[in-house]
Design a protein around this ligand. Structure first.
Ligand code: F6R
Length: 640
């Protein structure tokens, strides 16, 4: 997670950035910090400390009109003062803040042996790389950007990139050098990042992003930068959503965006949100925050467990030697959203590991039979690790002699104590009653298990495993693309909010997503919503379909698109509005609304699910529902 806020303008920067951090605190509260530039002394003042934003006093450097700030949700390194952002190199010339995970930071650090590090973070490595790049730019010639219309440096040097707009000089020498240094450093980074940098010698902020959000706010004699729009709306509604690879240079009177080294016109959108509502704790609800946390949650779930090159998924579970080879059935025991994750996983296990797999509603497990406990792996899937029905099914399976595995988000929960083994989905805390990010993390973690089992049993080749692992590791970026389209989804949800009922359909991996889409909508909007296998509509539910009942269809890869399109045509013939999620670039017929996802193979429906989450959220929000605490429900259900 982590929140970034930046300001450069004609007012005192400290209090403005501090306020921005307070608004962004939902993104992380392990530590907070700011770097402010004093115009009088040409130096940076950095204040940072572990704990919430409130632990930091409002920074007061009277002549500072530019500053960047950060709220941290720890990934690399404990939540300490030292690991708090901003970070610098060996000197305090330049400071940066970062949101994301730089995966190759250790390799980069090994190449910086003359540098001294003061934190355990991946971010500090980036600060040192930038410092080294600035040193070399300073050493290599006069410190001036092109100002005379020529594409190169004024001394005739060649530091300018080919294609750079000749009539668009940088705002200053310093801005030019920092931009160049940042472009060069991020070329060598793997992973996700939103990075903002500030230099002691100029009132400008230089920023870029890859798979982590970053939005520029356009003010009057001011420019803002934030991880998310809610922190901007009290200052401006005119924003530019940066694309991956964009570099933004903010000064008090200009915002310049560079793409592939060429300056491009910023595309400005007007935010429609009411400023007061948007201020409520940053995100207006935990649920929305948690939907937006999915890219980070997935990186945590997958991170160190995946080796794409060798097609290996390593999970921290020690099954007895030879156990996985002998398993004949995997049973997923769970409730609600976790049960739909189990259903998705069952199809993955059958297809990737060629082992019989079933998903059983935990509260029904006691009434099922026909299992051979000695050859069955019973997997209890539970976010909280405390769901009574699931624990009861787990005990039933264990009592019958099955080996058990708890897949959970909660360290130390009952399931971790009662199951033979535990596997953590690493999604981070989920507070909204409606499960969102944990569904994505459950499916992804179980996919790794399916791959590991398939490899162990020799049913999955390394090459095929590699393809699936590539699709999995691309999920954070693919989901971010959906999140970046939230405004479009909100508009569609508003249009259909008054419908009589909603039907969700999908096949194969699209079916559990249809069930989950319907569950999300019903539990927070209180509307009637049902999920079906697309092919089942004609066997009964079609009688309910009218022009007042939108049908939402998963039409991506991995969801039986060709056949499902016939079912979509059947509901269209009955007048139903259709909203489909398709794979980008694939013909999906004549839907009333078509949303796209990048091709993520069998995980494409998991990306489609993010549209359904946001759709449900915005329908419920339109109706003024109690989104984080829906009536009659609770987060952790500890009664049978
Ligand atoms: C729905 C939801 C519930 C839970 C279910 C199981 O949004 O949150 O359906 O998925 O109560 O909870 P856990 O996963 O904690 O066992």
């Amino acid at each position: 997670m982590c929140g970034i806020f930046g300001y450069v303008g004609d007012e005192s920067a400290g209090p403005i950035v501090y306020r921005g951090l307070e608004t962004l605190e939902y993104r992380g509260y392990d530590s907070a910090g700011v770097a402010l530039r004093s115009g009088g002394s040409d130096e940076l003042t950095i204040e940072k400390r572990a704990g919430e934003v409130a632990a930091l006093s409002v920074p007061t450097v009277p002549d500072a009109i530019s500053a960047i700030g950060h709220t941290r949700w720890s990934t690399h390194g404990a939540p300490t003062d030292e690991n708090a952002h901003p970070h610098t190199g060996c000197d305090d010339r330049l400071a940066i803040v970062h949101n994301g995970i730089v995966e190759n930071y250790e390799a980069a650090k090994a190449d910086l042996d003359e540098h001294t590090f003061t934190s355990e973070t991946d971010t500090e490595v980036v600060a040192h790389l930038l410092e080294r790049e600035l040193d070399s730019l300073e050493e290599s010639g006069p410190d001036s950007p092109p100002r005379d219309g020529s594409p190169g440096r004024p001394d005739g040097g060649t530091a300018s990139r080919e294609g750079e707009s000749a009539d668009a000089p940088d705002s200053s020498d310093v801005a030019w050098r920092v931009r160049r240094a940042l472009e060069s450093v991020v070329d060598r980074l793997d992973g996700s990042y939103a990075i903002a940098a500030i230099h002691e010698r100029d009132d400008c902020i230089v920023a870029t992003r890859n798979e982590s959000p970053l939005v520029v706010g356009h003010g009057s004699n001011a420019a803002f930068l934030a991880s998310d729009v809610p922190a901007l709306v009290e200052h401006t509604r005119e924003v530019t959503y940066l694309d991956d690879g964009d570099v933004a240079v903010l000064t008090p009177d200009s915002v310049s965006i560079y793409r592939d080294g060429r300056r491009v016109e910023p595309s400005i959108s007007t935010v429609e949100w009411d400023a007061d509502a948007a201020q409520k704790g940053g995100y207006d609800h935990y649920m929305r925050k948690e939907i937006h946390e999915q890219p980070t949650a997935l990186r945590q779930a997958l991170g160190s467990r995946v080796d794409v090159d060798t097609g290996t998924a390593s999970l921290d579970v020690d099954f007895p030697q030879g156990y996985l080879e002998s398993v004949e059935e995997v049973q997923f025991l769970a409730c609600g959203t976790s049960a739909y994750a189990g259903r998705y996983a069952a199809t993955l296990f059958e297809s990737l590991a060629d082992v019989r797999a079933t998903s059983v509603t935990a509260s029904e497990y006691a009434f099922t039979g026909g299992r051979d406990p000695w050859r069955t792996l019973a997997v209890a899937v539970t976010q909280s690790g405390e769901t009574a029905d699931t624990l009861s099914a787990l005990r039933e399976a264990r009592g019958a002699g099955a080996r058990t595995l708890g897949v959970t988000n909660t360290l130390g929960s009952s399931v971790t104590r009662e199951a033979d083994d535990a596997l953590f989905i690493r999604a981070g805390p989920e507070i909204g009653v409606a499960a969102t990010k944990t569904f994505a993390s459950q499916v992804s973690t179980l996919a790794l298990l399916a791959i590991a089992v398939g490899r162990e049993r020799g049913t999955l080749t390394a090459a095929t495993a590699r393809e699936h692992l590539e699709d999995l590791t691309a999920l954070p970026g693919a989901i971010q693309q959906v999140l970046d389209r939230e405004e479009q989804i909100r508009a569609v949800a508003t249009t259909f909010a008054d419908s009589d009922a909603f039907f969700f359909v999908g096949r194969s991996y699209g079916y559990p997503v249809a069930l989950e889409g319907a569950l999300k909508l019903k539990e927070i909007s209180y509307d009637h919503a049902e999920g079906f296998p697309a092919g089942e509509l004609k066997h009964g539910p079609l009688a309910l379909v009218t022009d007042e009942t939108p049908v939402l269809a998963v039409l991506t890869d991995g969801a039986g698109r060709r056949e499902s399109l016939n079912n979509v045509a059947e509901v269209q013939a009955r007048g139903a509005p259709t909203i489909g999620v398709t794979t980008a670039g694939v013909d999906a017929g004549s839907l009333d609304v078509a949303f796209e996802v990048p091709d993520a193979g069998v995980f494409s429906p998991l990306v489609a699910n993010v549209y359904f989450q946001l759709f449900a959220y915005h329908v419920a929000n339109e109706k003024g529902r109690s989104i984080d605490k829906p009536r009659n429900l609770a987060k952790s259900v500890t009664v049978e």
